[in-house]
Design a protein around this ligand. Sequence first.
Ligand code: GDP
Ligand code: MG
Length: 250
Amino acid sequence: MALPLVAIVGRPNVGKSTLLNRIVGRRAAIVEERPGVTRDRKEVEADWQGQPFVLVDTGGWLPGGDTLDEQVSRQSERAMAAATAVLFVVDASVGVTEEDARVAALLRRGGAPVLLVANKVDDSGREHAMWELVSLGLGDPYPVSALHGRGTGDLLDALVAHLPAAPDDVVVEEVEDDRIFSVAIVGRPNVGKSTLFNRLIGDERAVVHDRPGTTRDSIDTVVESDDGPIRFIDTAGMRRKSKIDEGTEY
Ligand code: GDP
Ligand code: MG
């Protein structure tokens, strides 16, 4: 069972990446670019109040589009297609721009719940600025300061209320969902799963991300192939209750 995907969308410079880093905290270290990455898409596992999810920073999902319209819709549609929930970030210190309004229009038509994030509300004196965002038609905004952490707890409380609860004992054997084709490598401990995993992904240039999965006892890597992205899942073995330390398997 795949973790719920939470997409962070919004125009450049509103604070999407800062918000991602704020939410993942110590784990931000695993959000890193690797040589050969073909697109600037960052996925990282996070959790709040025991609810795990995958955050997707959509910052780089704008290649190819010629017009602003095309770029905005590519980013937003892609995010919506994959996401269980969307964090739509707007810079409250700037107010609503035309680009924000276009993203909002697309998000309103999508099926995923959208939480409207009024970012850069660094202190209570700036809170009044967030009310302009109500005009986007996505409900009341959550005022936050991604930089300082203000308000992010309330935002995350609201977010996890939209996510399906994860079973606490999950063994991944085969996963295929409508977002990405996934291949799980299963077998007894020490038969060479991680070696096979590393061989499968090692020759590929375009490893998008590595995600140590402490909750699922598995490690995912998404590889770009000619047929689209494939997620390889290196399971820790058939031990239901075991926990592996991050990084010990490869
Ligand atoms: P992105 O392009 O949407 O990913 O935006 P970034 O996360 O790269 O942030 C753009 C700029 O806004 C950076 O200089 C951040 O330091 C700044 N920034 C992000 N969040 C906040 C915030 O809550 N308050 C303030 N004052 N600045 C912020
Ligand atoms: Mg960014």
